[in-house]
Design a protein around this ligand. Structure first.
Ligand SMILES: [Zn+2]
Length: 71
């Protein structure tokens, strides 16, 4: 299940949500701090593979920075 990272422009709070693609379609994400629904998804924070700049994999980017891999 991918983790999506969101930024709330209203209070500058950054938070993560784990959900499936199906869930994401059917869920309105709101800021847990100020309850605003105008949050923006931070695409660089998504722990998917498939980044365009996959070169330089030796610097710990083997798994997108997940907490349970790369030692
Ligand atoms: Zn907020």
């Amino acid at each position: 299940m991918p983790t999506y990272e969101f930024l709330c422009p209203r209070c500058k709070h950054v938070f993560e949500k784990k959900m499936t693609v199906e869930e994401k379609k059917n869920t309105t994400v709101s800021c847990p701090k100020c309850n605003s629904e105008e949050v923006r998804q931070q695409f660089f924070g998504v722990s998917f593979s498939g980044k365009k700049n996959a070169r330089g994999n030796s610097s710990g980017g083997c798994c997108g920075g997940g907490p349970s891999c790369c030692g």
